[in-house]
Design a protein around this ligand. Sequence first.
Ligand SMILES: [Zn+2]
Length: 86
Amino acid sequence: MTYICPVCGYDGLEEPLYDEDGDPSYEICSCCGFEYGFDDLDQEYSFEQYRRKWIEQGASWFSDYLKPSKWSLKKQLENINVIMEE
Ligand SMILES: [Zn+2]
């Protein structure tokens, strides 16, 4: 069972972002680097703000060795119904 990152659409998260009590997982997304419980609650980024910043900075992978060879940002964003503006 894996979970989808609401920031970048990566579908390889190992834990739910928040448990049933609303406690964050503190998992760091291997793709965009968003840390649930830190970037949202502590740094007060919304998923959308963080996504915009991440894309502006080149949308690079946090764990580059996990990046699939034929990776498409556009396709991945479709996982969360975000359409890239050209
Ligand atoms: Zn992500």
